[in-house]
Write a protein that binds this ligand. Structure first.
Ligand code: AMP
Ligand code: MG
Length: 327
C-alpha cells in the first residue's frame, strides 16, 4: 500500500510518500520547507501559512518526483488535522482534500502527535515503550493502554521546545533555536543555580525561562548549559518515576527536541538504572515531517475506511489521549 502524507501544523510544510508491506514501512520520499521567522521573533501563524501556501506545489511535486510515484498510484492520502495552528493546518487540509477529491483517493485526518510516536516506533523498532514526546507543541510522557495513549506527565505551562526557542530568541537566534543552544552549551560546564520545578509527575518551565533570561548578561554559554541541565534533569526525574510506575522496559524519545545529544545522554543513564532499552527517533525524522502523517494514515487504513470529504476537519487543540487507536 502506498500513501502520501501532508504535514503543515506549524513551521514545516512537508509531503512524504511511504510504502507499507505487512508491518514494514519504507520512506520513498520526504520533502520539507521550513518557515523561519525573522531573528528574535516567534512563529507568526499568518506568515507561516503564507509560506506553506507558496511552497506547497513545489514540495508536492519534488516529493512525487523523488519517489518515482504518480498521484494515480496512491492508495491513500493523509494530512495532519491537529493539533496545530489553525491557518497552517488549513493549508495542508486543502492540499489533501483537493488531491483526494480530484483523483478519488481515500483521505485520512491524522493526529500529529500520534504521528511522532508511530514514526518513532517504525524507525527504531520499539514495541511497547514509555514515550517521551518533546517538541515545539508538546511535552508529554505517554504509555499505551486499552487502545489509547495515556498521559503519565506533561508540562503545566510552556513546552520544552518553547522554553528553548523563547530563550534562544532572547539571545537573538532565529527560531527554532534548540540546536544553537545545544552547541553553545557544549563550550562550558559552569552551572548557575536555576529554579527546578516538578509537580507530581508534571513539569513547569515558565519560572525557569524567566530566571535563565535574567542571567544572560553574565554569560550566554553558562545560561544555555544551566538551562539544559535543569530542564533535562526535570524531564529525567519524571521519566524515572514513570518507568518505575509503569514497569516499561523500553523508553522512546520523539519530537524535535529528541535531536538533543545531552538529553539522550541523561535519559540513557536513567534507562541503565532501570534495565530499560533506550530508543530515540533518528535526527532526520525526530521533528515535524510528512512521514509521520503518512505512516499513521497507512496504519489507520489497515482497519478503517477513509472519511468522506464532508467529514474532513482540522482541530487546533486535538489531544492525542482522546484518539482511539484500533490498528
Ligand atoms: P517539532 O515541533 O517536533 O518540529 O520540534 C521543534 C522543536 O525542536 C523546536 O523547539 C526546536 O528548537 C527543537 N530542537 C530541534 N533541534 C534541537 C536540538 N538539537 N536540541 C534541542 N532542541 C531542538
Ligand atoms: Mg511536532
Amino acid at each position: 500500500m502506498i500513501g502520501l502524507g501532508v504535514e503543515s501544523t506549524a513551521h514545516t510544510f512537508s509531503c512524504a510518500i511511504l510504502e507499507k508491506k505487512g508491518k514494514q514501512g519504507k520512506v520513498l520520499s520526504d520533502v520539507r520547507k521550513i518557515y523561519r521567522p525573522p531573528e528574535g521573533e516567534g512563529i507568526h501563524p499568518r506568515e507561516a501559512s503564507r509560506h506553506h501556501i507558496e511552497n506547497s506545489a513545489t514540495v508536492l511535486s519534488e516529493c512525487l518526483q523523488e519517489s518515482g510515484i504518480t498521484i494515480k498510484d496512491l492508495d491513500i492520502i493523509s494530512y495532519a488535522a491537529g493539533p496545530g495552528l489553525g491557518p497552517c493546518l488549513r493549508v495542508g487540509a486543502v492540499v489533501a482534500r483537493s488531491l483526494a477529491s480530484y483523483y478519488d483517493i481515500p483521505i485520512y485526518p491524522v493526529n500529529h502527535a500520534i504521528g511522532h510516536i508511530e514514526l518513532g516506533k517504525l524507525l527504531t523498532g520499539a514495541k511497547n515503550p514509555l514515550v517521551l514526546l518533546v517538541s515545539g507543541g508538546h511535552t508529554m510522557l505517554l504509555a499505551f493502554l486499552n487502545k489509547q495513549w495515556r498521559v503519565f506527565g506533561e508540562t503545566l505551562d510552556i513546552t520544552l521546545g518553547q522554553l528553548l526557542d523563547q530563550f534562544g530568541r532572547s539571545l537573538g537566534f532565529a527560531s527554532p533555536c534548540g540546536k544553537n543552544i545545544e552547541s553553545l552549551a557544549t563550550s562550558t560546564s559552569n552551572y548557575v543555580l536555576l529554579p527546578y520545578s516538578v509537580k507530581g509527575n508534571d513539569v513547569s518551565f515558565s519560572g525557569l525561562l524567566s530566571a535563565t533570561k535574567s542571567i544572560i548578561p553574565q554569560n550566554k554559554a553558562d545560561a544555555c548549559f544551566s538551562l539544559q541541565e535543569t530542564a533535562f534533569a526535570m524531564i529525567s526525574e519524571v521519566v524515572e518515576r514513570a518507568l518505575s510506575f509503569t514497569n516499561k522496559k523500553e523508553l522512546l524519545i520523539v519530537g524535535g527536541v529528541a535531536a538533543n545529544k545531552r538529553l539522550s545522554e541523561m535519559l540513557q543513564d536513567v534507562c541503565k538504572r532501570h534495565h530499560c532499552r533506550f530508543f530515540v527517533a533518528p535526527q532526520k525524522y525526530a521533528g515535524d515531517c510528512g512521514s509521520q502523517i503518512c505512516w499513521t494514515g497507512l496504519l489507520e487504513a489497515q482497519v478503517k475506511k477513509g472519511v468522506t470529504l464532508e467529514n474532513t476537519f482540522v482541530t487546533q487543540s486535538w489531544r492525542l489521549d482522546s484518539v482511539k487507536v484500533d490498528y
